[in-house]
Write a protein that binds this ligand. Sequence first.
Ligand SMILES: [Zn+2]
Length: 265
Amino acid sequence: MDDPHAPELTDEEENSAALTERRYREPEPPEFATSRGCQLLDEISLRILEIRLALLVATEDVSLRLDDFYPRLAALEVLADQAVGAARLLLLDADLDEAWGSLPSRPQAVFARHKAAVTRGSPSVFPVPSSLRHFNSAIRTIASQATGPDWRARPQCPAIIRDGSRQCSNGVLYLGDNAFASGCFSHATEAERNRHRQHQDDRNEANVEASRIAHLAMTGLGRIIAEGWLRRRHEPGSLFQLINQPDGPFRLEDMEEAGKAAPAD
Ligand SMILES: [Zn+2]
């Protein structure tokens, strides 16, 4: 690193050189994201999703309870989704409020800084959601097809309570197909109560079916992912092969080869 022919610098000169360098470095380089960077982060979010889906089918080959993975993966999914969103905000050159420090911002801080800029009048930028978020909303749609209307939106029961003091405070029974009973469970007719029970049974059955279909969709994908991983494991150049080659994973010529393949910048 040091040039042996360079004249030796006094401490003072060295300090002043360091100062000049520091001054030269200001202002901070603009925050940025390349589209390659956005794609890479989106792929990282998909790798985390792949782990979740592969875990679903791993238990077909090993009798272990692997539930502890899911909350941790869910936390990683949130981080990855935020990273994609923040990178896309940078790619789209969204206005950001001043950074709080000189280090690059965390994804959440980029969102907060953009929100602050918007409250000061900058245009709102809406980055395309990550592929992971697309997947999760698609699965939610499949799994929630049978939930029906919001039960909290039921009209209030019109009956007067037994002591005659006020109107019943319960909601009326929902009978399915946007129909409501004439009263709550206590004040509806026997026929309405039966129709309500039938509707609940139908809906439970439909919900069970919807989650079964969502689970099938996810395990189907999990199988495709697991098979792909196991196939690539034995292909030359796979991480497994690199790690297990006789002279270890960090062969100089491999790294030089990888260095050549990397883009010039
Ligand atoms: Zn009532």
